[in-house]
Design a binder for this molecule. Structure first.
Ligand code: NIG
Ligand code: FE
Length: 443
């Protein structure tokens, strides 16, 4: 491990924060801190670039970050009778909890049966067209009880939490009929209320045209727009809606119509765009002022420029690119050079990325997308928070934001991306409460 007092080490991670600033006294005085954690390397992820490293302490109370400052902890808090818990994490690095901005969390079953087809080079869209893929998971999800779906998804959330994720987006889309879509969204809502992880829901009825519509896309769209979407909004079951805009699934014209209707109902817009076939999905996301455009393996130069111009966050899913076995990854470097805000997420789902662990996704982001560790970690924190309209509350360690902090047994943030296959998470604080200790869920 590097010598932490060595100045040259600090220079490698030049702080984006002005370390000479005084503690934010108004914040600190307003709420008495409950816990003060000392660490040489607090990666605040604030500022336009870099990790915003602070060699000092972070004070938390009332579930929020109260202050993050360099230097010594104020002496009045160090007294034994101050009531402030003091945590010495000088052998740990601290990062904000990861925000996983794209998952298909709630579903039944698994699809290891597709591996043989994948190895025989049967394309993903062909498996889907033959009634497998998403349709197979829809069958199982319709049959599952709410309790079964809840238990399976809760287990997945535990894995996420133990690997440093504290906020998760969860899409529906494995029910397609009214009853099952609502069942899945209710499970996500229940998990948000009962599990430490914050779960933010997206309605993805437009994930496939269900068998009972016999390929009658028009009728299924009318059903979604007239029946399901108004109900979902009325019940407050999803903040966002998403469409799988893809050859043989929903065309750009159909996607436009669905998103326009959703916008009118108050949904924030997301889009599975240009995942396999180039359909100008990125351009459409920009035109619709979507919050994010996701996948983007086949996005055009014009589409990438449009995302940058209209401030649409690109959510890249390199675990899926790897798992599709086409050797194709999104052009992250071009996006970054064009000024697109790039988030990186898991796409956790039973077909194209059966993996809840964002640390595993970091390897594909580095080797496949060719993103630097810093770009990847920003993509899983601050940029991912933007992809969920949560940049004011999560994604960085700053006064006023949720005290979602992860303490890693690692020498520096780059190391998290570099070293793969083991889990360096030690402690996770969710809204100021310890929910993981020694890498295991506590509550
Ligand atoms: O994001 N592409 C569409 N949806 C998922 C896969 C769903 C599935 O195959 O079950 C995705 O890759
Ligand atoms: Fe997806």
């Amino acid at each position: 491990m590097a010598n932490l007092s060595d100045r040259s080490v600090r220079q490698d991670y030049s702080p984006a924060l002005d370390l000479s600033t005084e503690p934010d006294q108004r914040m600190v005085r307003a709420i008495r801190p409950e816990t003060v954690i000392r660490s040489h390397r607090i990666a605040t992820m604030s500022g336009e670039t870099g990790y915003g490293l602070v060699d000092g302490w972070v004070a938390i109370g009332g579930g929020r970050v109260l202050a993050v400052e360099s230097g010594e902890v104020p002496t009045s808090w160090c007294d034994l009778d101050s009531g402030v818990e003091s945590v010495d994490a000088r052998d740990r690095i601290i990062l904000p909890g990861f925000v996983d901005a794209h998952t298909h969390l709630v579903h039944a079953g698994s699809r290891e049966n597709e591996l043989a087809m994948k190895l025989a080079d049967v394309p993903y869209l062909e498996i889907l067209a033959k009634g497998g893929g998403i349709h197979g998971t829809v069958r199982l999800t319709r049959e599952a009880t709410k309790e079964e779906l809840y238990r399976k998804a809760a287990k997945s959330l535990d894995v996420m939490l133990e690997h440093g994720t504290t906020t998760v987006e969860a899409k529906s889309g494995y029910g397609l009929d009214l009853v099952t879509e609502i069942k899945c969204l209710e499970v996500a809502r229940d998990l948000d209320r009962t599990h430490p992880i914050d779960v933010i829901s997206t309605y993805l009825g437009a994930h496939a045209v269900p068998k009972e519509y016999n390929g009658n896309t028009r009728a299924y769209m009318d059903f979604m727009m007239k029946t399901v979407m108004p109900f979902v909004r009325q019940e407050g079951l999803a903040e966002f809606m998403d469409v799988f805009c893809e050859a043989g699934v929903f065309s750009p014209e159909e996607t436009f119509e669905l998103l326009q209707a959703g916008h009118g109902m108050g949904f924030g817009l997301k889009l599975h765009a240009d995942e396999i076939v180039p359909l100008q999905g990125a351009e459409l996301a920009a035109r619709m002022n979507a919050v994010s455009a996701d996948h983007l393996l086949a996005a055009s130069d014009e589409g990438i420029a449009a995302l940058a111009e209209f401030g649409v966050t690109a959510v890249l899913l390199p675990g899926t690119s790897f798992y599709l076995m086409t050797g194709k990854f999104a052009r992250a470097r071009r996006m970054l050079e064009s000024g697109v805000r790039v988030a990186v997420a898991s796409d956790y789902n039973p077909g194209t990325c059966p993996c809840e662990n964002l640390q595993a996704i970091q390897v594909f982001a580095c080797m496949g997308l060719r993103m630097t560790p810093e770009e990847i970690l920003r993509g899983m924190t601050v940029n991912a928070a933007h992809a969920l309209r949560r940049a004011d509350s999560v994604g960085t360690i700053e006064p006023g934001k949720k005290a979602d902090l992860v303490l890693y047994d690692a020498p520096n943030p780059d190391w998290l991306v570099y070293h793969f296959g083991s889990n360096p998470v030690d402690v996770v604080y969710k809204s100021g409460r310890v929910v993981v200790r020694n890498g295991r869920r506590t509550t």
